[in-house]
Design a binder for this molecule. Structure first.
Ligand SMILES: [Zn+2]
Length: 103
């Protein structure tokens, strides 16, 4: 997946368009990520015996990777990510704008 945990991304679609945040979790299987401070949803929860907190809870929900772009630390703007094979066979991501390897 092009986006991984601890990346800094810019949201380019949806209600949080324009927000920047750090990726807290990545779910490669679903191609979804959880971004800090992005896509808060309100959840109604029923009071449970163990948990006193009831009513409205706000938490972040995952968004699809296609809704974000990686912020390149070198270019300092949202970029497209490419993949490149190293001589030792490892696959690394690189910034399509400046060519810098990302991992
Ligand atoms: Zn770059």
């Amino acid at each position: 997946m092009k986006i991984r945990k601890d990346d800094t991304v810019l949201v380019v679609a949806g209600k949080d368009k324009g927000k920047k945040g750090k990726v807290r979790f990545a779910y490669p299987k679903d191609e979804r990520i959880l971004v800090e401070g992005v896509n808060f949803i309100k959840m109604h929860s029923r009071a449970r015996r163990q948990v006193r907190q009831a009513g409205l809870i706000e938490r972040e929900a995952s968004i699809h990777v296609s809704n974000v772009m990686l912020l390149c630390s070198r270019c300092n703007h949202p970029v497209r990510v490419g993949f490149r094979m190293l001589e030792d066979g490892r696959k690394v991501r690189f910034c399509r704008s400046c060519g810098e390897a990302i991992d």
